[in-house]
Design a protein around this ligand. Sequence first.
Ligand code: ZN
Length: 136
Amino acid sequence: MQITHKTISVRTNRRCQMIDITSQVAEVVSESGIQNGTAMVFCPHTTAAITINENADPDVQHDLLLTLEELLPKNRPGYRHCEGNSDAHVKTSLVGTSELVMIQDGRLTLGTWQSVFFCEFDGPRSRTVYIQITGQ
Ligand code: ZN
């Protein structure tokens, strides 16, 4: 059993945005030399998240963000958090801070249309993602 950790940087340029980080995750898998195991992708921020969804049609990303925006408007009466970014905190909890992907024969076992996305909900910012590869 072997474990590898790596930190990658993500620069966002809009308040809400999805960025495909699959190639960075695959690179860490490749560098680790691990053939069979799991890749954990973890976001150590309270207003950003990680998800897996369609990579082929960018309108899917648009529609995901639009839906979250409609469900959780930035200025909702009743929010108390003084930073004014409560919507971003709630979006982060709904989407989640990590994803786990299987590794088989040195490759991520994502579906044909799947990518790993970093989800920014309070950008633009410089962000960090932790990747842990476990296996042999
Ligand atoms: Zn806040």
